[in-house]
Design a protein around this ligand. Structure first.
Ligand SMILES: [Ca+2]
Length: 357
C-alpha cells in the first residue's frame, strides 16, 4: 500500500512564547467627578438646590446634594451624602469618549426616603453624544424599602465600529418627589484585549489560538489519480491516499472527474485508518488548558480566564464531535477496458479538514 502523505502549508505554526509581558485587562474605571455626591460638603440634615459639584441640571425640580439625617436614611451606601431629585434630570458629561468593542458597566445605588410615602420611579441613562446606549427605570430593580437603597447595574457593549469623539454621559432623573442616588461608577472592559490576552495564554501553553481551533480548510488537489487500461481489455485498479497533518481531522471530501473515457471507469472514496490510529491525548490537552487558565489566574486576569474556560469547552466539543480513528482519505478507481474500448479515468479530489488541536 503506497501512502501519499502530503505536507500542508495549512498547519500554521504557533510559537511558544516563554515569559512575556502581558497587558492587564482589569476593568478600567472611567473617572467621574463627585460620583458619591459628597461635594459640596454639608452638615447633617442639609441640602443644596441645583448645586451639585461636577454635575449639571436640566428641567426644574429641585435636585441637589443631601446629607440626610436618620429621619430620611439610617445610612447611605457611600460616604455621608446622596443626590436627591424631585423630578429634574441631573447629568454629567465625562471626558472619556465611546470606544469600539468595549463593555461599559454603570453601577449606582437608588434610594427611597423613609419620610416620603411615595416612591415616584426614576430613569437612569448611559449616553454617548445624543445617543442613549442603555437605560433603566424602577421596573428593573426591586422597590427599595423605605429608608433603603438598592443597587442598579446597566451594561452596554459597543460594536467594532463607533462614531469618533462621542463623550460618555450619565443621566439620573426622578419621576417626581423624590428619588435619591449614590455611588455612581462606570467601568470599561475592552473585549478585543480579552480575546488577545486569552490567545496569548493559549500560545504560551502550546495550544492553537481561538481562531485556529475549529478552523475549517479545504485542501485542493489532496489526491490526483489517473488509471488507464487498454488492449487487450480487462480492468486495472489504482488508489491514492491523503493524510492530514497532526491536529487536523478529515470531515468532508469532493471528487472531480477530469476524464472518464468511454464511461468505463469507476471510483469510490472512504475515510480509513492507515499508518496507525489517531491518538488524541486528552490528558495532555487538558493539562495545556489548565496551564493557560492558571497563567491567566496568576496574572489576575479574570476576564481572560473566563474566556479561556469557554474556549476549553468549545475545544472539548470539537474533539468529541470530530475526533475519530479514521485519519486517511482513500480514493480508489478502476479502469475497465472492453475488447476495443480503452478506459481512462482521471480524478482530482479535495478534502476538508477541521483543526482540533
Ligand atoms: Ca455618597
Amino acid at each position: 500500500m503506497r501512502v501519499k502523505n502530503l505536507l500542508l502549508v495549512a498547519g500554521t505554526a504557533f510559537v511558544a512564547l516563554g515569559a512575556i509581558e502581558m497587558p492587564s485587562v482589569h476593568a478600567a474605571p472611567i473617572p467621574i467627578t463627585n460620583p458619591s455626591f459628597e461635594q459640596p460638603t454639608l452638615p447633617k440634615g442639609s441640602f443644596t438646590i441645583e448645586n451639585i459639584t461636577g454635575w449639571s441640571v436640566i428641567n426644574t425640580g429641585n435636585p441637589g446634594v443631601f446629607n440626610p439625617s436618620s429621619t430620611s436614611f439610617q445610612s447611605v451606601p457611600d460616604g455621608n451624602q446622596t443626590l436627591y431629585s424631585n423630578s429634574a434630570t441631573v447629568f454629567q458629561q465625562l471626558p472619556a469618549t465611546l470606544a469600539p468593542n468595549t463593555t461599559y458597566t454603570l453601577r449606582l445605588q437608588v434610594g427611597r426616603r423613609l419620610d416620603f410615602t411615595n416612591f415616584p420611579g426614576f430613569t437612569v441613562e448611559l449616553r454617548a453624544g445624543n445617543t442613549v446606549l442603555a437605560s433603566a427605570n424602577q421596573t428593573m430593580v426591586p422597590l427599595p424599602a423605605p429608608g433603603k437603597f438598592v443597587p442598579l447595574t446597566l451594561s452596554f457593549t459597543t460594536p467594532s465600529s463607533v462614531p469618533q469623539g462621542q463623550n460618555l454621559e450619565i443621566r439620573l432623573k426622578s419621576a417626581g418627589p423624590q428619588t435619591n442616588f449614590d455611588n455612581v461608577t462606570l467601568e470599561a472592559v475592552s473585549s478585543n484585549s480579552v480575546e488577545d490576552l486569552a490567545d496569548s495564554y493559549m500560545r504560551q501553553a502550546g495550544l492553537p489560538t481561538s481562531a485556529q481551533l475549529g478552523e475549517e480548510r479545504w485542501i485542493e488537489g489532496a489526491c490526483r489519480l489517473r488509471v488507464e487500461k487498454g488492449w487487450p481489455g480487462g480492468s486495472k485498479n489504482g488508489e491514492c491516499f491523503y493524510q492530514p497533518p497532526t491536529g487536523w481531522q478529515i470531515i468532508d471530501s469532493e471528487v472531480k472527474v477530469l476524464e472518464n473515457r468511454n464511461g468505463r471507469g469507476s471510483y469510490s472514496t472512504k475515510i480509513i485508518a492507515a499508518n496507525g490510529q489517531v491518538t488524541i491525548n486528552r490528558q495532555e490537552i487538558g493539562n495545556k488548558w489548565n496551564l493557560a487558565i492558571n497563567l491567566a489566574l496568576g496574572d489576575g486576569n479574570i476576564e481572560a480566564k473566563n474566556k479561556l474556560e469557554l474556549n476549553r469547552q468549545k475545544h472539548q466539543q470539537y474533539i468529541a464531535t470530530y475526533a475519530a480513528n479514521e485519519n486517511t482519505f482513500l480514493l480508489e478507481a478502476t479502469a475497465r477496458a472492453g475488447a476495443v474500448q480503452r478506459s481512462v479515468i482521471e480524478l482530482d479530489a479535495r478534502v476538508k479538514l477541521i483543526r482540533l488541536w
